[in-house]
Design a protein around this ligand. Sequence first.
Ligand code: NAP
Ligand code: GCO
Length: 261
Amino acid sequence: MEMKDFSLEGKVAWITGASYGIGFAIATAMHKAGAKIAFNDIKEELVEKGLAAYKAEGIDAKGYVCDVTNEEQVQETTQKIINDLGKIDILVNNAGIIKRIPMVEMTAKEFRQVVDVDLNAPFIVSKAVIPGMIKQGHGKIINICSMMSELGRETVSAYAAAKGGLKMLTRNIASEYGEYNIQCNGIGPGYIETPQTAPLRVPGNPFNEFILAKTPAHRWGKTEDLMGPAVFLASDASNFVNGHVLYVDGGILAYIGKQPQ
Ligand code: NAP
Ligand code: GCO
């Protein structure tokens, strides 16, 4: 193994839903490793906000307005990225939503909305980019899973079902396209400080203390904690890693909880 195997020089990476949050951090890391960056968001103003944020970091990212649940928009955006940047070597299915509602109070429409973004969209975007990856003889797909790919908790039934399904979609893409030198892996972030978890971190919310107690590192994760794992899974250094979900959770999944004193 050579250290250059961790480089993304000459690669093109598409990170979905990456105007901010985890996607923005992963895109920044991949830029630092040498990749050209494409990202999308669902709203023009968010794409503009993202472009300004990338520029502030010295990143000449390409931004696209695309709803990842809309197959026509995804197909069009895929072709635009290839026209603009020549190819797509790395796909990060990052775009995601959560609705925290007790299951019996959740409408079927709300359940479907979460599954549509968190599970159906990674299928739609992966389906759009895999043919090009087969043609070029290589590709990397990274699906952003979750603690809820393994665990349940109150009020997140749709999200857990979607992220559990995303773990299995990851394994199935690895199984079906591994022979074309395409590696599909997941990253399972723990509890990370982003807008999505802001409601859980408000002062006085007992959930905040709960997560700190359940995490051996006794801290919330930062988006920076995901940068190295993402570059590893996007690089040639992980070419024999396939169908794996790498949990970046500070040890939550390994920990039964602090023993009563
Ligand atoms: P976030 O702050 O809510 O950002 C999600 C991004 O996805 C936003 O830019 C959002 O755009 C975009 N998006 C949502 N629906 C979309 C659609 N239909 N088409 C295109 N873009 C769409 O979330 P985050 O915390 O960075 O999480 C990113 C990913 O990590 C998600 O898949 C999440 O489930 C997962 N995750 C997060 C944590 C955590 O603790 N934060 C832990 C584990 C996994 P809008 O602003 O327009 O909605
Ligand atoms: C929640 C949180 C989690 C995190 C993440 C954990 O309400 O429990 O939002 O779901 O977002 O998915 O890995």
